[in-house]
Ligand binder design. Structure first.
Ligand code: SAH
Length: 341
């Protein structure tokens, strides 16, 4: 799919064609132009030639299987990205309706080099275009046809969204647009390793999505060890930008903290973190570590204790259900294990 080329191809067509095409692509989720029944045959053929709808995916998906799934999409230049579908059942037992969340990648690889993260260790290839971000959601919506549709999007796949800000925000606005995907702003979330310029820019946007900050350590020295690139931004400066964001938007901000055994999970770490986080609109989300290499995950008792300490100091704390551990879907694990299909 090439959204830029699509606009160019439709340029000489009457305006209402855009609406028709948007509906076919982003509401009906057609996968061939032949399905676009109300378009003239000549235009369908032209579009089929110039803007093929095929999304090259290497993974067979089977939505009858319960739980989460991932797909490897190969882009026009051969670059590979992974995108994950997380299904959650909600509601009463007899009336279980699934909610679907897509975890979107924003870059091929990642320049942040976080030592606990598999994408970080593999280096950076290139930024994704906004169309390549949209494509990941379109891919899952096509797969869900007749079953459901994507309810939430989290920009938490491979890459650092705020180092690709322009394309990222374009994708957000596109997903939110009622004429295209119509996903509510409250159902869109972004996670950053703490890129201050991005936090500032997001605070100035008209569209307010959910913001999460990957903190992972309560001191600069420990943070720099775990996050050698992102750790160069001082925690104090990140929190100042977050406080400004909260002042401007009135929105809650989530701080992610991956618990890694004997690295950042001590009682002292919890106490130091509590001092930083005891603010009204701060929320700490503790993430059980998905083991990808040199570190080990904290014990469940350690996680429990860590949470108790934070809560005893008045910090709002949740523990992330380890969605995706079984399909190796933590950000850092994407793309690494291609043999695992
Ligand atoms: N670059 C952005 C977004 C991608 S990562 C960021 O750093 O926030 C999304 C989240 O997954 C981050 O909080 C990241 O630190 C975390 N993560 C990375 N590798 C992980 C792993 N192996 N186990 C658990 N969480 C991981």
């Amino acid at each position: 799919m090439n959204l830029e080329k699509l606009s160019a191809t439709l340029e000489k067509e009457p305006k209402y064609r855009y609406q028709q095409v948007n509906k076919f692509l982003f509401q009906d989720y057609i996968s061939s132009w032949q399905e676009a029944s109300s378009l003239p045959q000549v235009l369908r053929e032209k579009l089929a030639k110039e803007c093929p709808l095929e999304i090259k995916s290497e993974v067979k998906i089977n939505l009858k299987q319960k739980g989460n799934q991932k797909a490897l999409i190969s882009l026009a230049d051969g670059a590979l990205i992974e995108t994950v579908l997380i299904s959650q059942k909600s509601g009463k037992k007899e009336n279980k309706e699934a909610r679907y969340t897509v975890c979107v990648s924003t870059q091929v690889g990642c320049p942040m080099a976080c030592t606990f993260c598999a994408s970080g260790l593999k280096g950076f290839t290139r930024n994704l275009s906004f169309g390549e971000m949209i494509e990941q959601v379109v891919f899952w919506n096509r797969a869900l046809k007749g079953i459901g549709k994507v309810d939430n999007v989290v920009f938490m796949g491979m890459g650092e969204p705020f180092l690709n800000y322009q394309e990222f925000i374009k994708a957000v606005k596109f997903m939110n647009n009622p004429e295209t995907m119509n996903i509510g702003a409250r159902r869109l979330s972004v996670s950053t390793a703490g890129i201050i310029s991005g936090i500032k820019r997001l605070a100035g946007e008209k569209i307010q999505i959910n913001l999460a900050i990957s903190l992972h350590a309560p001191t600069d020295s420990l943070r720099q060890k775990l996050m050698p690139v992102a750790g160069k931004n001082k925690i104090e400066d990140i929190l100042r930008a977050v406080d400004n964001y909260i002042k401007k938007t009135g929105r809650r901000v989530m701080f992610e903290y991956v618990l890694i055994k004997a690295e950042n999970d001590s009682e002292q770490n919890a106490l130091t973190l509590a001092k930083l986080m005891a603010k009204p609109l701060y929320l700490v989300n503790l993430i059980p570590y998905n083991e990808t290499g040199r570190y080990r995950a904290s014990q469940p008792e350690t996680i429990k204790k860590f949470k108790e300490i934070l809560e005893s100091k008045g910090v709002a704390t949740t523990v992330r259900l380890s969605f995706g551990a079984e399909i190796e879907a933590a950000c850092g694990q994407l793309k690494n294990r291609r043999a695992h299909k």
